[in-house]
Design a binder for this molecule. Structure first.
Ligand SMILES: [Zn+2]
Length: 170
């Protein structure tokens, strides 16, 4: 993060309590869940920020990590709703910011996601999807989470596509 951050250090609250303290759920579970705490006003897209044990977090990333764990390296938590201050998990998904377009050139990627106008996968994300599948997540949920079609998710998980990646965790 290169932009200045509005620092805030919550005292005596767990990260989950911080999220609850600073967010206002919309009228329905599908509405944006707007962050009311400090924001990074200098970013191109304004988003919620908070400091946990001296570590600055984007609020939506913190929400994702508390619910799903750390994304793989290079994978970012993105908004489907284009509302940077939203922390509704239903509006967040994983995606690679820089890699996905460039890597496509070099690899034997079959661009199901691209053809269908959906998100683009990359190595880290495919490995994460295979991990989720081992943990019992359905193809439908995996597809929804990463923003590709159910077939694209299934093919990536079972190895029809992305053959160069291991099927099992190393
Ligand atoms: Zn939203």
């Amino acid at each position: 993060m290169d932009a200045p951050i509005t620092d805030y250090r919550p005292r005596g609250l767990t990260p989950q309590q911080v999220l609850e303290h600073f967010s206002a759920p919309g009228p329905t579970p599908d509405d944006c869940w707007t962050w009311s705490g400090p924001v990074n006003r200098y970013a191109r897209t304004v988003y919620g920020v908070v400091t946990i044990d001296h570590v600055p977090w984007n609020a939506h990333r913190l929400a994702w990590v508390l619910a799903h764990g750390e994304p793989p390296p290079g994978v970012e938590v993105m908004h489907e709703c284009d509302n940077g201050t939203c922390i509704n998990l239903r509006h967040l998904r994983l995606g690679s910011h820089q890699q996905n377009m460039q890597d496509a050139v070099d690899r034997d990627r079959i661009a199901y996601g691209e053809r269908q106008g959906a998100a683009v996968l990359d190595d880290g994300l495919v490995l994460q999807m295979r991990q989720w599948h081992r943990e019992g997540m359905s193809y439908t949920d995996i597809a929804r989470t990463v923003g590709v079609s159910i077939n694209a998710a299934r093919f990536a998980v079972i190895g029809t596509t992305w053959k160069h990646l291991p099927l099992e965790a190393s």
